[in-house]
Design a protein around this ligand. Structure first.
Ligand SMILES: C[S@@+](CC[C@H](N)C(=O)[O-])C[C@H]1O[C@@H](n2cnc3c(N)ncnc32)[C@H](O)[C@@H]1O
Length: 290
């Protein structure tokens, strides 16, 4: 079970500038070059920098580092250092190791029943499969399949899971009109995205493509920034929306899920967790309507 957030120091809205340079950027006090989230931006940020660094670290370790250790190093050089975070709607200071544990507890809490009914869990935008790896430990006996855009993450996953045929990551692009990873997955399938649809400013194409596999998908889960759920009558809500706009992150996933007649939302919550005060994540659990 998740630990109580009260045991971590709350952060006052007024103190945010001491914790994060983002408030200055959002208010235009510090320059920020706004990205356009193209595939070449993804290749640059993840393919050539973040996942390449994990691949390099894994090779340097002689293949000894596992997916948990690489994930921890990706989040923070010192996993015990306090950082500003969001947990159950509160701003607080917590170490990356704790946020990671909360994150995994949230996924397990939301997904347990659906995973119990599934043969395969497919994560789209899976990086090197580190979230699947953590889930797999809690739910043995399932198939774990990841789809990922960058070659370095797919190569790292191939090395990490070489002796575990129940987990793998293959090349995948959210913008494709068919998803081979879903076509190959043994039904019933649960689909997850974790901070990955955030990279796709407009989620409509992805939801259209997922609908092609409605016969095998028994549940969809997202843990993603929830632009549509942010309350623009609050300062924090306004700043969070602005953060998503200037980073060209997704702005319509949660609204589209609620709007589409083919989708039945079973549970939706905002501000469940966040690795920074402004990239505050919501969660959604849905199924295709009968
Ligand atoms: C912030 S990381 C999240 C990784 C992992 N899901 C997690 O929760 O830690 C975003 C991931 O989305 C992937 N991604 C971005 N655009 C993509 C696309 N068009 N198709 C597939 N994956 C993509 C990135 O390469 C990266 O691995």
């Amino acid at each position: 079970m998740a630990s109580a957030p009260q045991s971590f120091a709350p952060i006052d809205l007024n103190d945010l500038p001491r914790w994060s340079t983002w408030s200055a950027r959002l208010l235009g006090l510090e320059t920020f070059e706004q990205p356009v989230r193209t595939q070449s931006k993804i290749d640059e940020e993840y393919g050539r920098v973040k996942w390449q660094a994990c691949l390099d670290a894994w090779r340097t370790s002689g293949g000894k580092l596992d997916a948990d250790q690489l994930r921890a190093s990706y989040y923070a050089s010192d996993p015990s250092a306090l950082r500003p975070a969001v947990y159950h709607g509160k701003l607080l200071a917590a170490p990356a190791s704790q946020i990671m544990a909360w994150y995994d507890d949230l996924l397990a809490e939301w997904m347990t029943a659906a995973i119990g009914r599934a043969t395969t869990i497919v994560e789209l935008g899976a990086g090197f499969g580190h979230i699947l790896w953590a889930l797999r430990r809690r739910f043995p006996g399932k198939q774990w399949r990841g789809g990922e855009y960058t070659a370095s993450a797919v190569e790292l996953a191939a090395g990490l899971y070489a002796t575990h045929p129940d987990i793998s990551v293959e090349r995948f692009d959210f913008y494709d009109s068919r998803y081979a990873v879903l076509e190959r997955a043994a039904a019933p399938v649960v689909v997850l995205t974790s901070q990955a649809l955030e990279q796709i400013p407009d989620a409509r194409g992805t939801l259209d493509t997922l609908a092609k596999y409605r016969d095998k998908i028994i549940a969809g889960f997202h843990i993603e920034p929830a632009y549509d759920l942010q309350d623009t009558s609050t300062l924090l809500g306004q700043m969070r929306r602005r953060y998503l706009e200037i980073n060209d992150y997704n702005r319509n996933l949660f609204g589209e899920l609620r709007r589409r007649p083919e989708i039945r939302v079973l549970r939706m919550e905002q501000d469940v967790i966040g690795w920074n005060p402004f990239n505050s994540l919501g969660m959604a659990h849905w199924e295709f309507a009968a």
